[in-house]
Design a protein. Sequence first.
Length: 207
Amino acid sequence: MDLQEQYRAFLKAQGLEDAQIEKIVKAMSGAKLYLSSEEDIDKRYQKLKGQKELLDEQLKGANATIETLKKSNTSDEDLQAEVQKYKDANKALQEKYDKDVVTVEKKQQVMEALKKEGAIHPDLLISSVDLEKIELKDGKITGHKDAIKSLKESYKDQFKEEDPSTEEGDNGGGSEPYSYTPPGGKPGDSKTPADIYAAMAAYSVHQ
């Protein structure tokens, strides 16, 4: 059973009808939302893409060096100079790649932190963050909290307002938390987002 079939089966288990399931699956495709069995697939893709680009540049440099040596009768001294030039170019490429990997990791983690703080468009706000001031050590970032605090003060409209009426254990007379009742189900059969996420986790474990 492929991922899409598993997803259909999961939606079916939540009480959705076939027509509703097909509508969701088609909408995901139209919005370019794809299923993956791998965690952090975006980060891994960016890393592999960077590695490929690095190898492509190294191969291009090696081929250029070989062609240069083929076309000229160089002395040992000239040969060593060409080899050193190639090594220096590779070193520069490696350093750039390493820096790019760190930048991508910082960016991903800051965007995740922005989401947790209620950012509506973290992908837009990230451009206002000076990633040079964010440190990455042992796979974790530091220095981002002050940056996010500054963003929340400067771009208040880009963050969701905290609603006391939705806090756990106190509806404060506000609107009821979102819940989903399967077609034909009774009010007591309603499922909250937490119930649905729990069902997803349990479903994936038993596959």
